[in-house]
Design a protein around this ligand. Structure first.
Ligand code: SF4
Length: 389
């Protein structure tokens, strides 16, 4: 029995699908401990409950109750975001780590997240942040102005909302993103795309680029391993691609025995090519045993390479491997002539092609400007000069 089938069996698929908040209404003292800023996307029902309309879980909250994400909670007659203005920490990451390979290549992104998550992935690779049920990890103060100033001071071209899903801290993310954009800093969402139709316009209108997880291509996987559904994620992907100007890339974490069957990868890739277009970059990244899936082995590099070949055969032009050293699978190639335009090894830029025309010209020019300003990106001025021969 495959690992996913085994999990489905253990999980008992006959059990009603869980979309309710996880915790029970809290006692009065705990209720008073709920503090935060007013959240958006909720309405009061006739029976007194308040459904949160931010994500497709639509948690119906009683007074004092928290949603499945833990960070949105009802106090009295409103829903609060309890992590507004508080971050779990900041990092300057290469934007390729998000991963985004076709947006501001080779630039640093000021990255931060808060706590909690609206998915319940058993394989979470960031569980210490996303599963946090206390806010001890959160710094007390991270105002939008301070974050934008930090981005500019560190030379970050973008702010990345990452580590946990920014959908659940929408109000905070949007309040950082708007002044950032006014001051020339781009905004990047790293998200599972589990957001309601009502809320997605506000969220994505504040973003310039997004890497959205497409965790698998079966509803069984989403239900068994994420306590979620596939359909809303596909809706978000189509919305972002067709109705916004947000630059879109997609990541699929391949987990041995769960979502790495060639037939599933082919179906996923064909869907991306036909519904989103062949130019949307797709990243297949390697799983490492974590959270509740320590018994599943890490993804072999050969699985990623095979997935990349399948996706390219399905018509996708820019397919990458991730979380392994694989220069061949992480470099960007001209889809028309096959020439390597940007060489990469993990997040490091290793080479730039000399080609001065073709479909990736804009991307190469951006990289060229970047390397001229900061030749260390390619290991020193000598290497940079070699590129511009
Ligand atoms: S954002 Fe949180 S509270 Fe709102 S529906 Fe989703 S999980 Fe529930």
């Amino acid at each position: 029995m495959k690992i996913l089938e085994a999990l489905l069996f253990v999980e008992n698929p006959a059990r009603p699908f869980h979309l309710e908040p996880m915790n029970k209404p809290q006692s009065a003292p705990l209720r008073e401990a709920i503090a935060g800023v007013p959240g958006r996307y909720w309405e009061r029902l006739a029976d007194g409950r308040i459904p949160c309309d931010l994500c497709p879980r639509y948690c119906k909250l009683h007074d004092g109750q928290r949603g499945l994400c833990f960070v949105r909670a009802r106090r009295g007659d409103e829903i609060l975001l309890t992590t507004y203005g508080r971050s779990s920490g900041f990092c300057i990451d290469p934007i390729e780590k998000k991963p985004l390979n076709h947006f501001l290549p080779g630039t640093p992104a000021l990255s931060f997240g808060t706590a909690g998550c609206n998915l319940a992935c058993k394989f979470c690779q960031n569980w210490d942040i996303s599963k946090a049920r206390s806010f001890d990890r959160l710094q007390s103060e991270a105002s939008s102005d301070a974050i934008v100033r930090a981005a500019r001071a560190t030379g970050s071209r973008a702010i990345a909302y990452t580590y946990n899903d920014p959908v659940i801290f929408l109000e905070y993310a949007v309040d950082v993103a708007r002044p950032a954009r006014e001051r020339g800093v781009k905004n990047v969402a790293v998200t599972a795309g589990y957001i309601s139709e009502k809320a997605r316009e506000e969220f994505f209108s504040a973003m310039d680029a997004a890497n959205i997880d497409l965790k698998a291509f079966t509803d069984g996987f989403y239900r068994a391993l994420c306590s979620a559904e596939l359909g809303p994620v596909l809706d978000t992907l189509e919305y972002v691609k067709r109705e916004t100007k947000v630059w879109l890339e997609i990541t699929t974490l391949l987990i041995p025995g769960c979502n790495d069957a060639p037939s599933e990868i082919a179906a996923l890739s064909e869907w991306v090519a036909s519904r989103l277009g062949p130019d949307v970059p797709l990243h297949f990244s390697a799983f490492h045993p974590d959270w509740k899936m320590h018994a599943v082995p890490a993804t072999p590099r050969a699985t990623l390479t095979r997935a990349r070949e399948i996706a390219k055969s399905a018509g996708l032009r820019y397919v990458y491997t991730g979380n392994v050293h694989d220069e061949a699978g992480q470099s960007t190639y001209c889809h028309a002539c096959g020439e390597r335009v940007i060489g990469r090894n993990w997040y490091e830029i290793t080479s730039l092609g000399a080609r001065r025309q073709g479909p990736l010209l804009k991307l190469r020019r951006a990289m060229r400007r970047r390397v001229r300003r900061e030749p260390w990106l390619m290991g020193g001025a000598a290497d940079a000069n070699r590129v511009w021969r």
